[in-house]
Design a protein around this ligand. Structure first.
Ligand code: ZN
Length: 484
């Protein structure tokens, strides 16, 4: 990648600048252009070095001001990175397919685009239990004819025959007839029915969701969660970040003063309004001086996963614990006295105390070999994972829906809930882990890595990962510069 002296941040500034700060700024300018080359080519396309170089050439300036960036890093504010002007992302207009040119927003009362002076009066109808489209229309005062007129529009209005409780329709009534109807089909699409020249027409209006990339950095002074909050990370990103590194870092025990993190994630916008948070694209965690990095990648086959920069999976083939937020109430112990029978009975698993009803997850991908009741285990599910491994989940309150012999399950999938069936003194999950048929301690057994990147996708993965890693480098250098 080329970084030239022509970069606009190199132009003489009135303010004296620390050389490192300038360097950090440069790195960010260069890498952000590179990253954008990647995004503008859409996530799946390979962004080779030529494309990146071309994009830097074409767009030497980036809309992130150095001052803003540095100020944001000081305050740990997420930095909004906007693409340079001649891009597709910013120029996208809502794709209005209605016949009229002025697209009314579904939620606002609007004037008719035609000549009538009277504004349309929008009314919201909410689907209740037992409602159908016809009963909903009737209750709102429409004639039977009105309902029929809509349904006659055909396939396009099929969604209206599949309404669910809580769905909302926005309608405009004209005597007993329908003048207009809006129904939100999904985040992006709204079904619109309009009366024009006495005829109803139907169309779909789409407002595309735009994804913007933001970054945040933080340094841990006491707790990870506090530092992440200070960095203005949304809660689900904080959880996801901890989950991503949970295989390598024990967040309850290993976090130290001075640990730090950087994260690139998406925010979702519609019509320039933030509507939510997307996924983590790349992240770094420095724990006790050791750096861990990850990047999200979707291969051409559609499989999405988080990998280390060299293409190993971030996750193991098994979760360390099949329940969230619980306390270990009894450990693996081959010489234990049984709590009920007071005889020497080895405890061949780990017990997790958890409230009744807490979801139990399959700790790995596999196939159910048993789902039913046993005297001692109570309601129990056994899962086989490949040739060598199997896991067992006992004392369930309920066995998950559809769990039966031969059923395929994914890692993290709920397979039942915590209970106290069988020989149990209180609600807990008894979890066993077997390797080649022998019981092993689930808390200490060496867990095999999940599948690495497939060879056929490696080149594409590397092209995707490189600019992400460059971004993390740039964020680091900025942090270093700030410390001096
Ligand atoms: Zn147990």
């Amino acid at each position: 990648m080329r970084t030239t002296g022509k970069n606009h941040w190199h132009t003489p500034s009135k303010r004296p600048q620390h050389p490192k700060a300038v360097y950090a700024g440069l790195a960010i300018a260069a890498t952000s252009a590179a990253v954008f080359a990647g995004w503008l080519n859409s996530n799946s396309e390979a962004n080779d070095a030529a494309a990146i170089a071309a994009s830097i050439e074409a767009a030497p300036t980036v809309a992130v001001e150095q001052e803003q960036l540095l100020a944001n890093l000081f305050t740990n504010q997420p930095v909004v990175i906007t693409a340079p002007t001649p891009t597709t992302a910013k120029t996208q207009k809502p794709n209005n397919v209605t016949a009229t040119s002025a697209a009314p927003k579904a939620s606002e009362p609007v004037a008719t685009p035609t000549t009538e002076a009277a504004p349309l009066l929008w009314k919201t109808l909410t689907v209740k239990s037992g409602d159908s489209f016809s009963s909903l229309m009737e209750r709102a005062g429409f004639s039977t004819q009105a309902w029929y007129e809509v349904i006659s529009l055909g396939e396009a209005t099929k969604a209206l025959t599949q309404l669910r409780v809580g769905d909302q329709l926005k309608v405009v009534q004209e005597e007993q007839r329908l003048a207009a109807l809006d129904f939100q089909l999904n985040t992006e699409d709204t079904l619109q029915i309009r009366r024009q020249q006495d005829e109803l027409t139907v169309s779909t209006r789409s407002v595309p969701v735009e994804r913007r990339t933001v970054s945040a950095v933080g340094k841990i002074e006491n707790a990870f969660y506090l530092a992440a909050q200070k960095a203005k990370l949304p809660d689900n990103i904080i959880m996801e970040l901890a989950d991503l590194f949970a295989w390598d870092i024990n967040f309850a025990l290993d976090i130290r003063y001075g640990d730090s993190f950087s994260v690139l994630y998406e925010e979702k916008y519609q019509n320039d309004k933030k509507i939510g948070v997307g996924k983590i694209l790349a992240a770094e965690f420095i724990n006790k001086g050791k750096t861990f990095r990850t990047v999200r990648y979707t291969d051409a086959g559609g499989k999405t996963n988080y990998y280390t920069p060299d293409g190993r999976s971030m996750r193991r083939a098994f979760l360390r614990s099949p329940v969230h937020f619980t306390r270990i109430s009894s450990r693996f112990n081959p010489n234990r006295l049984h709590p009920i029978y007071k005889t020497k009975r080895p405890h061949r698993g780990v017990d997790y105390a958890a409230p009744r009803g807490t979801p139990i997850m399959s700790s790995g991908d596999g196939v159910v070999t048993f789902a039913g009741t046993k005297t001692d285990y109570g309601k129990v599910v056994i899962i086989k994972h490949g040739e060598r491994y199997s896991t067992l989940y006992a004392h369930m309150n309920r066995i998950g829906k559809g769990m039966r012999r031969g059923k395929r399950v994914k890692q993290g999938q709920t397979i039942g809930t915590v209970g106290s069936t069988g020989w149990a003194t209180g609600p807990h999950l008894h979890y066993e882990f077997r390797v080649d048929g022998a019981h092993r301690n689930p808390l200490t057994v060496k867990l095999p890595l999940a599948q690495p990147i497939e060879n056929r996708y490696r080149a594409d993965f590397e092209a995707h990962a490189a600019p992400m890693m460059a971004w993390l480098d740039a964020l680091n250098q900025t942090q270093v510069a700030l410390k001096d």
